[in-house]
Design a protein around this ligand. Structure first.
Ligand SMILES: NC(=O)c1ccc[n+]([C@@H]2O[C@H](COP(=O)([O-])OP(=O)(O)OC[C@H]3O[C@@H](n4cnc5c(N)ncnc54)[C@H](O)[C@@H]3O)[C@@H](O)[C@H]2O)c1
Length: 296
């Protein structure tokens, strides 16, 4: 396990770069947007909360005394919304170097509560998949946009990279939590997605990394719930610092940066029996990719 404390003096230079941040009206997305701008970047702030997002961008621009942030109403489950926001951002700032797939919601009940005494009198109902729609498909929409944008732009002359995608997962991505099964699924899903894509894009001037924080005080939790959830929350500054640590000319790719309290470590990619199965797995992967026309 690698533990790190604050590395703020060594963070990559991002001045002049442009970021697209989902969930930018609140919590991580808002703090991140403010921090990116304080480091000389411009931000396309998108959120389903239009008023919150516009107010945040207005405040940022007022502090900077110039237009360094634009706010666009986006429902991340709608790819078209994200595309429109990108196009507006490109018009304002010229390109996008970083996409942060960050917007998320807490668990919504997907099934009625387990109650065998009343079950036979209730119809079997369709599950509510909203948690997956936002936390998994919404983030994959951001990723799909990012990869297609990066493919269409030249590498940034300062960093040498076409672009970088940073996904917000959670420690729950590694620790299935019975109270929040769809949240757990979504957060685990993006870990595997990040690792697959990081390998595919490794030689294409694109990096894909992920941040997996433990509980952090943001509006996602009601204030009264926060106190009982943990006595050792992650400092939000540390989470944002880790997001920024993989930007600019940083070559890191495929990292699942995990944060709990003040500890930071990379969650290991391979566990049980990986080495034993590696060569068979790689052959299978090669064949699949060939079938799909991804390579010769
Ligand atoms: N706070 C934590 O303890 C914690 C820990 C691990 C991971 N996370 C993850 O961090 C990310 C950010 O959460 P946060 O803690 O900053 O919460 P938050 O509630 O403060 O911010 C989430 C933002 O996402 C926006 N949003 C929700 N659904 C959206 C949609 N469909 N389209 C566009 N915007 C939408 C909300 O309006 C809100 O502004 C989430 O993915 C969350 O799961 C949070």
């Amino acid at each position: 396990m690698t533990t790190t404390q604050s590395t703020s003096t060594t963070l990559p230079v991002i001045s002049g770069d442009v970021a697209f941040v989902t969930g930018a009206a609140s919590g991580f997305g808002l703090f991140l947007s403010q921090e990116l701008v304080s480091r000389g970047a411009s931000v396309i702030m998108v959120d389903i909360n239009e008023d919150g997002c516009k107010k945040a961008a207005t405040d940022i621009n007022k502090d900077a005394d110039k237009i360094v942030a634009i706010a666009v109403k986006v429902d991340t489950t709608r790819f078209e919304d994200q595309l429109t926001a990108y196009e507006l951002g490109k018009k304002a700032f010229g390109r996008v170097d970083y996409f942060f797939a960050n917007a998320g919601i807490p668990e919504r009940f997907w099934l009625p509560l387990f109650d065998p005494t009343s079950a036979s009198s209730r119809p079997i109902t369709k599950p509510d998949m909203t948690t997956l729609d936002v936390n998994l498909n919404g983030q994959l929409n951001t990723a799909a946009l990012a990869f297609q944008v990066f493919e269409r732009q030249e590498p940034n002359p300062r960093s040498g990279f076409r672009g970088k995608l940073i996904i917000t997962s959670s420690i729950i991505g590694f620790w299935p939590c019975k109270g929040v099964p769809l949240y757990s699924t979504s957060k685990a899903g993006v870990v595997h997605f990040m690792r697959s894509m990081a390998r595919y894009y490794a030689d294409k001037g694109i990096t894909v990394n992920l941040i997996a924080p433990n509980i952090t005080a943001t509006p996602i939790f009601p204030a009264e719930a926060m106190a009982s959830l943990t006595d050792n929350p992650c400092p939000i500054e540390l989470v944002i610092e880790q997001m920024i640590s993989v930007l600019g000319s940083c070559k890191d790719n495929g990292r699942a940066i995990t944060i709990s309290g003040k500890e930071v470590w990379d969650y290991p990619p391979h566990t049980y029996m990986f080495e034993e199965n590696k060569s068979a797995f790689e052959r299978m992967e090669t064949v699949y990719g060939r079938q799909m026309g991804l390579w010769e």
